[in-house]
Design a protein around this ligand. Structure first.
Ligand code: MRU
Length: 335
């Protein structure tokens, strides 16, 4: 399942806010529509945010009517600023934008060639993500045994990437190797990426999955119902991994019960020059907590705190699976 595609100035992707009940295909034709889709989480997940931002720049280039290269570069810079102001935590978005800007600024190409270059580079970012996820799956599957029950949080599947997924890439690869695994998916409050998206993906593939609420994690791990935890990441920094809110608590519980806690992410998620305290943890709107769908579930006007991500120090991480192999505990010291 390819999550995002480009064809002659039209980006097609799923509107993930509608899943699992409606498989609505979004057609994104300009930068404003891409910015709206990112902010409102119609597209989401770190690698897909990178690909989406890249296509946002590709749309700027494709739609530009200027006849000066200098003006095109200014338009691209402005689009980059707008895209960078959408969601602050997943580094892939910033990485993809900076990669494209560097490519065009370093080149000596004509106006037409520069436009083509932006589009080609956006396509390359997507294609490379697919390859990276396949490799992550291959490496990660080595850590999975026949019969394992794997717990995952949020959605780090095909829907969070361009195809195949990171954490779910590991699950898929192990399954494709014939290992009889089962998955436990946390619902992932408040936006239910686990319940809505992870379960949807796994059911489509016929991989056995059981859904739990986030608060059941301690109990199921204590009851020896989980052999391994595998999650994705939004940013991997010098001292920690940053991922969906709830990941830290899950990692501490896994550590307490000697259950391996694996993180699966491409190199585009690594930001090793930064420490966790320097990273902006996105805070999202209060309605995501006070409402369930459109229904108000808390007394009107209650104060709310709604951070979208949390920070898991390396103490709790057993290994990081990436496209070129696996980093184990000893490697984290070299970060
Ligand atoms: O807020 P979201 O849905 O964009 O958050 C997604 C996650 O936290 C994923 O675990 C992470 O991006 C890794 S996706 C391969």
């Amino acid at each position: 399942m390819r999550t995002i595609e480009w064809d002659k100035g039209i980006v097609t992707t799923f509107d993930q806010t509608k899943l699992p009940h409606e498989e609505k295909i979004l057609e994104i034709k300009n930068l404003d529509q891409m910015v709206e889709a990112i902010k409102n989480m119609r597209v989401r997940g770190a690698p897909l945010l990178g690909a989406s931002a890249a296509y946002g720049l590709a749309l700027t280039a494709y739609n530009s009517t200027t006849n000066s290269k200098k003006a095109l570069l200014t338009e691209l810079d402005l689009s980059a600023k707008t895209l960078k102001a959408t969601r602050p935590t997943a580094v892939n978005l910033f990485w993809a934008i900076d990669r494209i800007l560097k490519k065009v600024n370093d080149s000596n190409k004509s106006l037409k060639e520069t436009k083509d270059l932006v589009i080609q580079e956006a396509q390359a970012i997507s294609d490379e993500d697919v390859k990276a996820n396949r490799s992550i799956g291959k490496h990660g599957a080595e850590l999975i045994n026949d019969g394992d029950v794997i717990l995952t949080h949020c959605n780090a599947g095909a829907l969070a990437t361009v195809e195949y997924g990171t954490a779910l890439g590991v699950v898929r690869a192990a399954w494709e190797q014939g290992k009889k695994i089962k998955v436990i998916a946390t619902e992932t409050r408040p936006l239910l990426q686990g319940a809505r998206l992870t379960v949807y993906e796994l059911k489509r593939d016929g991989i056995p999955v059981k859904l739990i609420t986030d608060s059941m994690v301690g109990f199921v791990i204590q009851k020896n119902m989980v052999n391994k935890v595998v999650v994705g990441a939004d940013r991997i920094v010098k001292d920690a991994i940053i991922n969906k809110i709830g990941t830290f608590g899950l990692a501490v519980i896994a550590h307490e019960h000697n259950v391996p806690f694996y993180v699966a992410a491409p190199k585009s998620t690594f930001d090793l020059n930064k420490k966790s305290q320097e990273i902006i943890i996105e805070e999202r709107k209060h309605e995501e907590v006070t409402h369930f769908g459109s229904k108000l579930i808390a007394p009107f006007g209650v104060k709310v705190f709604n951070p979208a991500f949390d920070i898991t120090p390396y103490k709790y991480v057993s290994a990081i699976i990436h496209e070129d192999g696996i980093f184990f505990k000893k490697d984290f010291k070299t970060f």
